[in-house]
Design a protein around this ligand. Structure first.
Ligand code: SF4
Ligand code: SF4
Length: 369
């Protein structure tokens, strides 16, 4: 189970697409410890994810939570892995060396060439130059740290160039997501198709080099074809495999649902309200209108409550843009996969057909320090 701790709803940035209901609330260290206790009650392996707002504004709570979880871990009752998602501006040497000592996985949010127009400072200025230094620092201690990029209608024309830019900075795990809450137009779809074609060429080039490289839109869609028998295993199942805890201690099934009372499924003192969680899960399981007979239904993100909520305001309604996006991406991803498969590219075959590849890859990443 993954426990995402929204340590604060404060942030040092003012991204144009931010969905966080900003305020001055921070989770106390005591509350964070309570979440660790909740995880420990069930034993086994758990992920503790530090999230925000900007979680590095709450470094003390991070240190206290990690120390507390490590203490429990020493009893052998329960095992934790830690992750932080940060905008990077507070990522200094001191936090990086702390993160290395405690094996904290760091994911950086960065919109590539679009960073200066979308992920802006509160005074409206950009921060891309500053982030270049920070990215170098991060990659020198964690060479396989992932970078997470959001694509908006404004940054779409430079989508492929932004991926190349992030690759040029040294990132090898590039996770891309669309801003589904934006007002996408019909004309954007032509640009989207062109950008995915460019990215397919890039994906192929990088794979042919047999260099370790992960570009999420392609990896995910190719995987939905190859692992079609096991797709459910990769879903979050709305509150069953991960929960988000707000700064006030309320529990929600996912990050983008935090703060909306309709999606609250408990709190850290009374625990998860199983009835509420099950009701939401079942609501989301209902067939989405228009998807019943779709040929790529099993490969489409239409089941994601978070994406639907941000796009249409309703977890059960899929947006026309999401539908169009999937219909554009799937054939382009399949085309590049077929070429790589026919060419018997060793990296591609390992990555897509060896179920042990993620574990082998993780072990390799840990040795490159
Ligand atoms: S860094 Fe995250 S929390 Fe901060 S403004 Fe941007 S999207 Fe919102
Ligand atoms: S591509 Fe469109 S119709 Fe098909 S499953 Fe996805 S959202 Fe539904």
């Amino acid at each position: 189970m993954h426990y995402t701790l929204h340590l604060t709803n404060r942030c040092n940035l003012a991204c144009r697409y931010c969905y966080v209901k900003k305020g001055q609330s921070d989770m106390t260290a005591e509350m964070a410890r309570r979440v660790v206790d909740m995880a420990a009650e069930t034993g086994g392996h758990h992920g503790i994810v530090f999230f925000g707002g900007e979680p590095l504004l709450c470094w003390e709570q991070i240190e206290e939570t990690v120390a507390y979880a490590e203490e429990i871990q020493r009893t052998g009752k329960c095992y934790f892995h830690f992750k932080i998602t940060t905008n990077g501006l507070l990522l200094d040497e001191s936090f990086l060396s702390y993160a290395c000592r405690h094996d904290i996985f760091i994911a950086l949010s960065h919109d590539g060439l679009g960073n200066d127009t979308e992920r802006i400072n509160p005074d409206g200025t950009g921060n891309r130059d500053k982030l270049e230094e920070i990215a170098k620092r991060l990659l020198s201690c964690k060479p396989y740290a992932p970078v997470m990029m959001t694509v908006t209608p404004g940054t779409l024309p430079r989508y492929a160039d932004s991926v190349r830019y992030l690759y040029g900075l040294g990132f090898r795990y590039i996770i891309c997501t669309m801003d589904y809450s934006a007002a996408w137009r019909e004309s954007d779809l032509v640009i989207l198709k062109r950008q995915y074609r460019k990215l397919a060429t890039f994906y192929r080039e990088m794979t042919l080099r047999e260099e370790k490289f992960y570009l999420s839109p392609f990896e995910v869609k190719i995987s939905t074809h190859i692992r079609s028998h096991n797709l459910r295993a990769e879903r979050c199942e709305l509150g069953k495999k991960q929960i988000s805890v707000a700064p006030d201690g309320k529990i929600y099934p996912c990050v983008q649902l935090v703060g909306d009372p309709m999606f609250c499924i408990g709190d850290i003192w009374l625990g998860i309200d199983e009835e509420a969680r099950e009701a939401l899960y079942l609501l989301n399981e209902r067939e989405k209108e228009g998807c019943e007979r779709c040929a790529i239904r099993s490969r489409c993100n239409h089941y994601c409550a978070c994406l639907n909520k941000s796009a249409t305001g309703d977890i059960t309604k899929v947006s026309p843009f999401l539908c169009a996006h999937e219909r554009i991406l799937v054939p382009i991803a399949d085309g590049v996969a077929e070429r790589l498969y026919r060419g018997r590219n060793a990296l591609f075959i390992q990555k897509q057909y060896n179920d042990m590849f993620p574990l082998i890859s993780l072990a390799e990443d840990k040795t490159v320090r």
